[in-house]
Write a protein that binds this ligand. Structure first.
Ligand code: R5P
Length: 328
């Protein structure tokens, strides 16, 4: 039977994956020394999704990995259907792993008559039968409260900061830059992790009636002559980051390295980022980075080891927090 048995043989861990990001699922399975549960999934002519697992999951602790990439609604729905199938097949526990939590940006109402879509997604997983959620770098930490059960909030920061440390020759000349005032707390953690560096932030404005359009007005903080490490949770169309790079360079930065967890990279992000003036753009593979999204200055780090370790901790009733030295 596919999966991993606990030391005393009383529990069975099973990893299943949707069709959105098979490379990540395979990498996580390999890290854990297991195989993915054989699964059939296909679409009917009208777009409905069919899923069936090839082996029993009765009594198993099942982890359902799906990357919320484009077409995002299809992949979220597929994950819901997988959870439903697992519940009806008597899985003991079902953990939804959404390395990038779709709709996380819609976590509040800016105006009347808007939805709170991030909450709706959490409710839908609960109704489908999920016992637990696991995600990496949620857009805002309070999203954890949207799901009425345990949420394991993983941080890609140690992975990204280790890479940046290996890449920057003179760490004493680093300024950590937040692309907007709202993410200054995250930038503070980055600065501490890189060795207590000064902070700066970009004063960004956005017209809430125009999605995907951001304007950076100026950078607040000391960036002249310094290596700027510009950090964000996600890069979608690249507008926010390209604008932030622009104002840093205009303010005399020596170079700008961009680090973000989720490379959504919707068109025209690749071109914008390549031409932005950043010396390097670093993301993880929580989302698939297809060939058309890749560009010369892009570096992609694997998130699979982190997800694999977190699954193992959950299965063993260990500590996910211990993976992050108390930052989780
Ligand atoms: C904003 O709050 C987010 O952290 C990102 O900065 C933003 O969503 C990225 O979008 P885009 O790349 O399209 O500017």
């Amino acid at each position: 039977m596919t999966g991993i048995l606990s030391a005393d043989g009383s529990k069975r861990l099973v990893l299943v994956s949707g069709r959105a990001h098979p490379e990540l699922a395979a990498a996580v399975a390999q890290e854990m020394g297991t195989e993915l549960l054989p699964t059939s999934a296909y679409d009917f002519a009208n777009g409905e999704i069919y899923v069936r697992f090839g082996e029993s999951v009765r009594g198993a602790d099942v982890f359902v990995l799906q990357s919320h990439t484009s077409p995002i609604n299809q992949w979220i729905m597929e994950q819901m259907i997988m959870v439903d199938a697992l519940k009806r097949a008597s899985a003991k526990t079902i953990t939804v792993i959404a390395p990038f939590y779709g709709y996380a940006r819609q976590d509040k109402k800016h105006k009347g008559r808007e939805p709170i879509s991030a909450r709706l997604i959490a409710d839908m997983y609960e109704v489908a039968g999920a016992d637990r959620l696991m995600s990496v770098d949620l857009h805002t930490a309070q999203l954890q409260g949207f799901f009425n059960g345990p949420v394991d909030h993983l941080w890609a920061m140690p992975l990204l900061t280790d890479y940046v440390k290996s890449r920057v020759e003179d760490l004493s000349n680093v300024t950590v830059v937040s692309p907007d005032a709202g993410r200054i707390k995250v930038a503070e953690k980055w600065a501490a992790k890189l060795g207590g560096h000064p902070l700066a932030f970009v004063h960004k404005t956005r017209d809430i009636n125009q999605p995907n359009q951001a304007v950076a007005n100026r950078v607040v903080g000391d960036v002249a002559g310094r290596t700027c490490v510009l950090v964000d949770d996600l890069i979608d169309t690249g507008g926010t980051i390209a604008e932030a790079v622009r104002v840093c360079m205009e303010s005399g930065a020596k170079e700008v390295i961009v680090a973000a967890t989720h490379g959504v990279l919707s068109d025209p992000a690749a071109q914008r980022l390549q031409e932005s003036g950043a010396s390097e753009v670093v993301v993880t593979d929580t989302l698939p980075i297809t060939e058309d999204k890749r560009f010369e200055k892009l570096t992609v780090l694997s998130i699979a080891p982190l997800i694999a370790r977190a699954i193992e901790e959950v299965f063993a009733d260990g500590s996910v927090t211990s993976l992050f030295e108390g930052n989780s």
